[in-house]
Design a protein around this ligand. Structure first.
Ligand SMILES: Nc1ncnc2c1ncn2[C@@H]1O[C@H](COP(=O)(O)OP(=O)(O)OP(=O)(O)O)[C@@H](O)[C@H]1O
Ligand SMILES: [Mg+2]
Length: 382
């Protein structure tokens, strides 16, 4: 490995080094070590590359996952390539740290899990950075959501509702969060917190923060929770958290309940109620000294809208529910009411339809009517 790097260093010509020697070196060594997947890295139609072991490589293109015939030469070459990635992102795989997430200079997001956690050898998933992010118009065009639902979400975001996007892996949560963030009025100060930067907000006043792990000696680094707490002192109008994965959930819930309206995040769950259950578990991980019933009540009052998105077998992504979170009921259970659900029509096509249920904030919409675009959602507010 060191020999390869030395060789690449020596062959890095002067013009490259004048641009940015680190980046040039990275490009060269990476291209060489990742040669078996280079064509997929360059192919813009490929959105994800999944390497389950040196000789098992899958790619996702246009929503479909297929197995390729590509392979790294052997286990050792593959391990060298992985070490190269970790070295350049400044993270380390150690026996104590079997899994890392990182972002390559091109913006690709990489997840690495090594043995013994990865049974069939070091596994890597590369979510490719798409220069052109999908926007709401495209999501409508793809049938992922209806125009009426897009208008509803625009109104909810404008009125600073707290929104959670829920979905499985690769279901389109981050893409949808990006689209919803784009609906935040441009005069608001938006603070974005992510494990690794993916969101691209177009507004003027955006501050982006990224979690950093400590170095090999345990120095430095900042966690999502520390970032979140710092953010609260930085006068955000909106807080966008890329993904809630742990104890930061309780910080976010409490911030939402103490006046930080219009915050948004995503969570890994399969239904809106499941998303609430996930938030409960994550909040409990936050180590606050509160009984579950209190946490549940806080979540129900903090989160206002849950948008559920799913990836279907044909590779399409569709919103399946847009639900409003209600209060905890007499039996102590969380409740939601669906405003939009995906229905299958007689011809087999799926369509996101309004359920006929009115949102609880009809009055607020009526009062803010002059500043909202209400066309297709008129019946919801009647
Ligand atoms: N509505 C959509 N229609 C078609 N493709 C989509 C849609 N939304 C997202 N995609 C594509 O699906 C892939 C995954 O999207 P995204 O990163 O938003 O998912 P995710 O749920 O955040 O994934 P993860 O769980 O890994 O964080 C990307 O390549 C993206 O371009
Ligand atoms: Mg994501």
């Amino acid at each position: 490995m060191a020999a390869i790097l030395e060789e690449v260093k020596a062959s890095t010509d002067e013009s490259d080094s004048m641009v940015d020697p680190e980046a040039a070196l990275y490009q060269k060594s990476m291209r060489r070590l990742l040669q078996p997947i280079q064509k997929h890295l360059e192919d813009e139609s490929v959105s994800e590359i999944m390497i389950n072991g040196f000789d098992t490589i899958y790619v996702e293109s246009k929503g479909k996952i297929t197995k390729t015939t590509d392979s790294f030469k052997d286990e050792e070459t593959w391990e060298a390539a992985v070490r190269n990635i970790t070295q350049f992102v400044g993270k380390r795989l150690t026996p104590e740290n079997l899994s890392i997430e990182a972002r390559l200079p091109e913006g690709h997001r990489v997840h690495i899990v090594q043995a013994p956690a990865a049974i069939s050898g070091t596994s890597v998933a590369i979510r490719k950075f798409a220069k052109e992010k999908l926007d709401v118009a495209e999501l409508i065009k793809f049938g992922s959501m209806s125009e009426q639902c897009a208008e509803f979400l625009g109104i909810a975001v404008h009125l600073a509702k707290n929104v959670i996007i829920s979905g499985g892996t690769g279901s389109g949560k981050t893409t949808l969060l990006n689209c919803l963030s784009a609906m935040i009025p441009s005069d608001e100060r938006i603070i974005v917190l992510e494990d690794s930067t993916e969101l691209q907000l177009q507004q003027d006043h955006v501050v982006q923060f990224e979690v950093k792990p400590p170095d090999a000696y345990g120095r430095g680094g900042i966690t999502m929770r520390e970032l979140f707490r710092g953010t609260l002192r930085m006068r955000p109008d909106r807080i966008v958290v890329g993904e809630c994965r742990g104890g930061e959930a309780i910080d976010m819930i409490q911030a939402m309940n103490s006046g930080h309206g219009g915050s948004m995040s995503t969570a890994h769950a399969n239904t809106p109620l499941d998303a609430i259950a996930r938030l409960e578990v994550m909040s409990l991980m936050g180590g606050v000294d509160l009984p579950l019933s209190a946490i549940r009540a806080q979540i129900s009052s903090a989160i206002e809208i849950i948008v559920q998105i799913s990836r279907f077998h044909d590779g399409s992504r569709m919103l399946t529910h847009v639900s409003e979170v209600g209060p905890v009921n007499d039996e102590g259970h969380s409740t939601v009411k669906d405003i939009f659900v995906l229905v299958e029509k007689p011809d087999g096509k799926r369509e996101l339809q309004w359920t006929g249920v009115r949102p609880s904030f009809v009055q607020q919409v009526q009062q803010a009517r002059h500043e909202l675009k209400i066309e297709l959602t008129e019946p919801l507010w009647a």
